[in-house]
Design a protein around this ligand. Sequence first.
Ligand code: SAH
Length: 532
Amino acid sequence: MTTHNTKQDQPHGKVYLVGAGPGDPGLITLRGKYLLEHAEVVVYDYLANPKLLNYVPKTAEFIYAGKKGGGLHAFTQEGINQLLVDHAKRGKMVVRLKGGDPFIFGRGAEEIEELVAEGIDFEVVPGVTSATAAATYAGIPITHREHTASVAFVTGHEDPTKKFSNIAWEKLATGAGTIVIYMGIKTLPSITKKLIDFGRSPDTPVAVVRWASTPQQRSVEGTLATISEVVQQADIKPPALVIIGEVVSLRKTIDWFEKRPLFGKRIVVTRTREQASELVAKLEENGAECLEFATIHIEPVADYRVCDQAIEQMRGFTWILFTSLNAVTYFFQRLFHLGFDSRHLAGIKTAAVGKATAESLLQYGIQTDLIPEKFTGEGLAEALVQSQVQGCRILLPRAQEAGDLLPETLNDAGAEVTIAPVYRNVPPQGVKDELRDRLLHGDIDMVTFTSSSTVTNFVSMVGASSPEALQQLLAGVTVAAIGPVTAATIRDYGLEVHVQPDQFTINGMVSAIVAYFREDKQQQKHPAALSH
Ligand code: SAH
């Protein structure tokens, strides 16, 4: 049928059929992630979370293979099969990324059969199928010793009213303890009718879960008799799973995912790209959906002469102050660049604006001598002045565009401050239309600011022409600031600050945000109780 290329020097392609998991990108297997990291071609589906593509090298070829079930397909199944064959024959390492598990209602086998016929190497990596994920993330154990010992995975794609079905509904109705139906939203009314007709109690609890394991997850509950109506009322659309059985009743005890304090909240994180991850991770842990917009990009400065000179004459300084993580990173880069290491700082006292900065100093083997109680430049200035800086020489490596308060306060106290710019904050290129659009559509619950420059850059990024336009754009959006300086900058733009932590740290900020929404939720639940 096919002529195999047997030349020895011909590159040897292979296709990896990889399960992407149900939605949350954290639910892919380690093997799957490893293969994505090494892919030369990746062919992915509608249901595979696009965030997973971040693991794929930028040099790879990205091919989107499918649209929503029932809708238009970018490729036919034959087209996809051919695509895999062609790329493998060109010697490529091809990852075929499919939602959930590739061998559960995924047509994975059809693709493999074609590869076998063409003599192409392949491997299959299982994934967490959406049925188990949807149940788990809706607080439903699909088996339970006291409720059921069997479970059936069924496709609802096949219309049960058609004369000859591949599914033995009459046996299934009472034969399986738990029944999980994929692709069953359109046919739900006829499925539930069939199950009741074949003897399953109309009171059997049923849950329907849409976009399971993602921040958009939605679930509804009912019984076999009522669920079709519930789904229609709630306007639940595919992709969703239907879970039928006594185990659904355990949800009232076990439900956890949708109960997390920030679930359903869309929060804009306007940290610098380099530092966003910690805040994002902690907000997501609490259930939020984070939209990361880099408002600041950190770059080296053009001229390091002041810094270099200070490093060469390090012994002349009593103190070195670090007011940001970036200052630490860039200062040490320069120190190493000049051929020194941390020993060069021996005998010099160090101060850091806060705990995170002190922790990063520790990574370079440096204990911080002074951390102010208030984690601000002002707090740092006060603490230093108290420690007697009269006549001291102080080195301050920092951003090119930082404020004067700290050095001026120290100068006034009789210190001699050398400001050494070691990095620059630059607004990222390109207007963020998406952010603007989403704000305009009321899609955003909260915007977070972790420094004054994130505020300034955010304002220029959303392109508000006047304070009024800005206020309008942020109407109904909760604004969070990490500390008083950031809050003051926000107010300078005529905006209100709704959340501000007592502790000016990322953890402090996350706790304050959680507390804010908890109160908000309670107020919605008991508006009367709180108005007294
Ligand atoms: N191979 C996939 C299933 C593909 S069939 C797997 O193992 O999960 C497509 C159907 O899967 C959808 O119609 C829907 O019923 C279900 N599905 C996939 N992802 C889902 C999700 N995140 N939430 C709810 N249902 C999902």
